[in-house]
Design a protein around this ligand. Structure first.
Ligand SMILES: Cc1ncc(COP(=O)(O)O)c(C=O)c1O
Length: 408
């Protein structure tokens, strides 16, 4: 046990020292001293045009696509390890805080098929932490079932909830236990990994995009799904710190309950994040940070109408958008988050072409981790390979047998 611990400590030290390479820390060096990071992503995620998609959209109205593509995709879906997608960017900063506080375990929550819960379970598995996942109800699909099996295969302890009240109380207890005795109880990560530390990952992500494209090459609009709001808030603060406020608009497509996820709450999250970053910087860096009015409609648009019929459920046009993206660009998205944002992206593009205008200079930020978790599930030693779910805590069993023509 001692050797792996020493190795983890050495690799953490190496990773923490590499933090100065981040665009955010290069632009504002004092932040690199104030905010720690565990390096999960080794460099920028790829970025590319979407020529096949453009050709298809123009062909739908019988026109040839212009020679220079304008639609782009930022590929946060690509990663060599199971720890990818938008959660990896947040976990880099959350993990550093976990290690800083000396916690041995981590607790977080999400719906049964939560991407964030999965990313946390992967991170805990990779970094030797005990993960507890507080899970609540959402429509059960094969994808959700696969994630539940992956949680178990990764060694996470699962708490089942059939309603949001029980789930909320469990989360409250986990939060209070961590606050009252930090380091002694599992470190509490809020849903989606969205807090000011996690969100720093997406402030940096926008600066990474600026470095890749140069200020002049930046799109006019960045389209991204909004769940717990950290991703869009981070990108919004990024546009501020990059000095392209109101020049690049963040278009956040809501996929979660509007009671908690809405325009005002996203702007407040961004404002709090911006203040945290300012407070973490020294006077010289602070003086170079632009000030931004987070009420601006030109800088941020919250798009509500793609949420219906609800979290984790989708109309057929979401699935046809997914299919189109797969057929044209070979990209995989999930129907809960990224496919709804992509549908907005598609609707905007089709609308521009149908009105005889050029396609907007728009970027789709692909936040879904496309790693195939069958690899993790198949490596695990299950008691009964045909009914793997029987190894999960009993309350979860109904999620595998209900709606199937087989008795429990
Ligand atoms: C694939 C995917 N995209 C986008 C989001 C939304 O990000 P945020 O919760 O930071 O708003 C999530 C959140 O879980 C996600 O899993």
């Amino acid at each position: 046990m001692l050797i792996p611990t020493v190795l983890t400590a050495i690799s953490l030290a190496i990773n923490l020292s590499a933090a100065a390479e981040l665009p955010l820390f290069r632009d504002f060096p004092s932040l690199g001293k104030a905010i720690s990071r565990v390096e999960i992503l080794h460099g920028p995620t790829p970025l590319g045009p979407m020529p096949m998609l453009e050709a298809r959209l123009y062909s739908e109205v019988g026109k040839p696509a212009p020679a220079r593509p304008t639609l782009m995709v930022k590929r946060d879906d690509i990663s060599e390890s199971p720890l990818g997608g938008n959660k990896a960017r947040k976990l880099e900063f959350l993990l550093a805080d976990i290690f800083g506080k000396g916690a041995r375990g981590v607790v977080t929550s999400g719906m049964y098929g939560s991407n964030h819960a999965l990313a946390t379970a992967v991170a805990a598995h990779e970094y030797g932490l005990k993960a507890t996942l507080i899970l609540g109800p959402q429509p059960v699909t094969e994808n959700v079932r696969k994630k539940l099996l992956a949680f178990h295969a990764l060694g996470a302890k699962l708490h089942y909830h059939s309603n949001r009240i029980g789930m909320g109380l469990d989360m409250l207890w986990a939060y209070l236990a961590d606050k009252i005795m930090p380091g002694r109880h599992p470190y509490y990560i809020p849903p989606g990994g969205s807090n000011r530390l996690g969100d720093v990952g997406y402030v940096n992500a926008f600066l990474e995009l600026r470095d890749q494209l140069g200020v002049d090459g930046l799109p006019d609009t960045v389209v991204v799904p909004v769940g717990t709001m950290g991703t869009s808030a981070g990108l919004l603060v990024g546009t501020c710190l990059a000095g392209v406020w109101e020049r690049v608009k963040i278009a956040g497509v809501n996929v979660a309950d509007p009671l908690l996820t809405n325009d005002g709450a996203t702007r407040s999250e961004a404002r709090r994040l911006y203040n945290f970053i300012r407070q973490s910087a020294d006077a010289a860096d602070r003086a170079r940070m632009p000030s931004c009015n987070f009420k601006s409609r030109k800088a941020f648009e919250f798009i509500e109408q793609y949420y219906a019929p609800g979290y984790g459920a989708a109309y057929p046009n979401v699935f046809s958008g997914m299919e189109l993206l797969k057929q044209t660009e070979g990209l995989i998205v999930d129907s809960t988050y990224s496919a709804k944002a992509f549908l907005y992206f598609l609707d905007q593009s089709r609308h521009a072409i149908a009105s005889g205008r050029a396609l907007p200079h728009m970027l789709f930020w692909l936040t879904y981790n496309a790693y195939d978790f069958d690899q993790v599930i198949n490596k695990h030693h299950w008691t009964n390979a045909a009914e793997k779910w029987r190894d999960l805590p009993k309350p979860f069993w109904r999620l595998f047998v209900e709606g199937r023509p087989r008795a429990q």
